[in-house]
Design a protein around this ligand. Structure first.
Ligand code: SF4
Ligand code: SF4
Ligand code: SF4
Length: 377
């Protein structure tokens, strides 16, 4: 069987123990039962067999995954392992959690199912993340304690960070010091913000000044190049971009894949299928269908008119907005949901285009510098 890998973003619960101001999710009480998970996973694996795809990574997200008990994940792990072995598909699991509900009772399942790693979200300074009726300081206190507790148990904690206006104000150096120095996180990725879902004041604040956001990304790349690369700290997307420009193996974030609809799919606790979590949570008009109503995932996806629009996007942009770009083969027009949340259409280039171009140029220059230095030695 071919070694191609497919990514499934699976939202087994739409409940959350937090109430972040910028959340794009329509949180409900829906949870996936193990019986429904078995049906869902059989259909996903059967689809991969038809497509001759031999490996699946399941990214478990919510809502908040830790509103389900560890025993549920233990049972899910065994159930999926049996179904995958029966079809000769290799399945790996990743966990993305806000860590507010983390405690030692999670350690065994994190070790057995998630290779002793968790991914969480870190905002610094935290303006928008909080529990219902509580403030950001309460959230930060619990998150910091739980990250420390998980790390003390030997778990590798990774993070996704989205800069806000105050992040840009404090600058890249202080941000890096907080994530790496204070929290002890040695692998994190910085994502560009986007106002997904229905508008509110917090999301309007996210429309960050492009020049300031670009400066922050470039400064953070420089901080990482000066300190992190040497200390074995990984900071995405800079590490992977550097690999691209050094002609080394790399795995770029989905925003720069040729066509994310070929590699990624999201299914929520009700069986709704869409491109990724923001689409399934916020834009019902862009659902591909419901897996529990369909005979198979194959029939649901075959000539699916919504999914077809995602496939058409890269070529449409190549023919128009991105044709003269030096980085077209790297970026492919950027991310559909970032585009849609700003422009209301798929058929525009990513609103962070200028940031990407600056960053690509910067990392290309850094790679050339490193290659020159290596030659001189
Ligand atoms: S933790 Fe995630 S799902 Fe929960 S409220 Fe915050 S952004 Fe939304
Ligand atoms: S829409 Fe954007 S975030 Fe979602 S899978 Fe595609 S590239 Fe990734
Ligand atoms: S950097 Fe901008 S112009 Fe270039 S491919 Fe990406 S979105 Fe298109």
């Amino acid at each position: 069987m071919a070694a191609r890998t497919f990514s499934l973003i699976l939202l087994p619960t739409l409940q959350c123990n937090a109430d972040c101001d910028y959340c794009f999710e329509d949180k409900t009480d829906d949870r996936l039962s193990l019986a429904r998970l078995e049906i869902l996973i059989d259909k996903v694996l059967d689809h991969l067999v038809v497509k001759a795809i031999g490996a699946l990574t399941i990214h478990w997200q919510g809502g908040e995954v830790m509103t389900l008990p560890p025993a549920w994940f233990d049972a899910a792990h065994r159930l999926i392992g049996t179904a995958a072995a029966n079809r000769g598909v290799v399945v790996t699991h990743g966990l993305q959690t806000n860590m507010i509900g983390y405690g030692p009772r999670w350690n065994e399942v994190i070790r057995e199912m998630f290779d002793n790693q968790v991914g969480t979200s870190v905002d610094y300074p935290n303006l928008y993340r909080h529990r219902h009726g509580k403030d950001a300081a309460d959230y930060d206190r619990i998150l910091t304690e739980n990250i420390g507790q998980a790390r003390a148990a030997g778990i590798e904690v990774r993070a996704i960070a989205v800069p806000n206006a105050q992040t840009l104000a404090i600058g890249a150096e202080r941000f890096y010091d907080h994530v790496v120095g204070t929290l002890g996180i040695r692998s994190f990725q910085v994502n560009t913000p986007f106002p997904g879902g229905s508008p509110n004041a917090a999301k309007r604040d996210l429309s960050l000044d492009s020049a300031a956001l670009t400066r922050f990304f470039v400064d953070l790349a420089e901080v990482w190049l000066a300190r992190g690369d040497r200390d074995g700290v990984r900071v995405g997307p800079f590490d992977e971009l550097l690999s691209v420009f050094l002609d080394a193996p790399s795995i770029l974030p989905c925003i720069w894949t040729d066509d994310c609809a070929n590699h990624i799919l999201c299914i929520d606790a009700r069986g709704n299928v869409a491109q990724c979590d923001c689409w399934v949570a916020s834009y019902p008009d862009y659902w591909f269908g419901n897996l529990f109503d369909a005979d198979s995932l194959d029939s649901l996806l075959a000539e699916n008119p919504v999914r077809e629009r995602f496939h058409q996007r890269p070529m449409a942009l190549v023919a128009r907005d991105c044709i003269d770009c030096d980085y077209l083969a790297l970026c492919h027009g950027g991310c559909p949901v970032r585009t849609f949340s700003v422009h209301g259409t798929l058929f525009e280039k990513d609103p962070h285009c200028e940031l990407y171009r600056s960053l690509f140029g910067h990392m290309a220059a850094a790679a050339a510098r490193l290659a020159r230095d290596a030659q001189r030695r």
